[in-house]
Write a protein that binds this ligand. Structure first.
Ligand code: HEC
Ligand code: HEC
Length: 307
């Protein structure tokens, strides 16, 4: 609220604030002036609950002083701090705008405090960072802030958002590959095959895909699908269907599914294609934070693999 877009609202707020203050002062003074000492303990004339009456005595002094104090506080506050229209106040304090705003100062302080810690880990090998409990705790906090909305707080993902704990990778699980993914983002593109294969063709190839991971399938359709797969799909998913991490084509022979293994889901994938994006974090978070995140993510499945 530091800047009103038009002079009118600025003036409007100043007049409102000034009038309210003047009114408060007027009420206080007018109440003080009336000397009711001679008529102390007179009844007001209001009666509640049959016999509950109210005295018409002046306000206690200490109470009046508290009122005056609030008025003085308001005036001093508005001299020192922003609040009176566009006035910046003597201190020139600001929550967010300008070099010396509270936000900028706190950010500078935080950077000074944490930069050496980030730097220390940024120079270390990713595997060593993943083995460091303090670094993992920092990585987890970053993950919960920047990644959990898509991959889940436990990093187990959801439909269309890969599980990062299962040691099964679209783009590779080596520490450097994970870092490359987070720095640059990834774009998964599966083209639509509905028009090329037709209804029967997609069903055949879907049955073949299911057969690859040992799921129930129609063997006649799977046999026909095998040929279609070699012609249309092997270029990306590999002749055996084991995938290609260079382009993020999933391994279709394992039991891990990005979208689902149901025949209808596979048919939907093949018919319409899929387009999926992992955003790039290089410019947003910088190399040092991504380094911690990559180590954290690597540690998640490295732990799973040890079990
Ligand atoms: C807007 C949603 C979104 C956010 C936020 C997001 N991701 Fe992703 N991420 C995805 C999607 C979608 C994919 C899969 C891309 C694909 O299918 O090609 C992915 C893929 C990945 C992969 C590759 C997984 C594999 O199997 O190779 C890693 C690693 C990853 N994300 C880590 C992170 C980290 C760390 C963060 C936080 C800095 C993050 N992601 C934030 C959506 C997101
Ligand atoms: C141009 C490369 C390319 C071709 C050709 C291709 N795919 Fe894909 N496919 C991908 C990519 C990349 C993904 C991952 C999409 C994503 O990240 O969202 C994918 C995803 C899939 C999935 C989803 C897997 C899961 O875990 O849910 C299935 C099923 C699939 N493809 C089957 C096929 C079949 C069958 C064909 C042939 C008819 C085919 N693909 C042809 C690149 C390709």
């Amino acid at each position: 609220m530091a800047d009103f877009t038009s002079g009118f609202w600025n003036a409007y707020v100043m007049v409102l604030v000034a009038l309210s203050l003047i009114y408060c002062i007027f009420v206080l003074i007018s109440n003080n002036k009336v000397d009711r000492s001679h008529e102390l303990n007179q009844l007001h004339g209001h009666v509640w609950d049959e016999n509950l009456c109210e005295y018409n005595n002046p306000l206690p002094r200490w109470w009046m002083y508290l009122f005056w104090l609030t008025v003085i506080f308001a005036i001093v506050y508005m001299v020192l701090y922003p609040g009176f229209g566009n006035n910046k106040g003597i201190y020139g304090w600001s929550a967010s705008s300008g070099e010396n705003s509270q936000y900028q100062q706190e950010m500078r302080k935080a950077n000074e405090k944490y930069a050496p810690i980030f730097d220390k880990y940024a120079k270390m090998d990713l595997k060593a960072v993943a083995a460091d409990p303090e670094a993992r705790a920092m990585g987890q906090r970053l993950f919960l802030t920047y990644c959990a909305q898509c991959h889940g707080g436990d990093a187990r993902g959801a439909k269309g958002f890969p599980n990062l704990t299962d040691n099964d990778w679209l783009y590779g699980g080596a520490p450097e590959a994970i870092k490359t993914t987070i720095l640059g983002g990834r774009q998964g593109m599966m083209p639509p095959f509905g028009p090329a294969l037709g209804g029967d063709g997609t069903k055949d190839v879907a049955n073949y895909v299911r057969s690859l991971s040992g799921l129930a399938h129609d063997s006649l359709r799977a046999q026909r699908g095998k040929e279609l797969f070699a012609q249309n799909c092997a270029a990306c998913h590999g002749p055996e269907g084991t995938g290609n991490q260079g382009i993020g084509a999933p391994n279709l022979t394992d039991k891990t599914w990005l979208y689902g293994s149901a025949e209808a889901t596979i048919i939907e994938t093949v018919t319409k294609g899929r387009s999926n994006r992992m955003p790039s974090f290089e410019s947003f978070l910088g190399d040092a934070k991504v380094h911690l995140l990559a180590a954290y993510v690597y540690g998640l499945s490295a732990k799973t693999a040890e079990k």
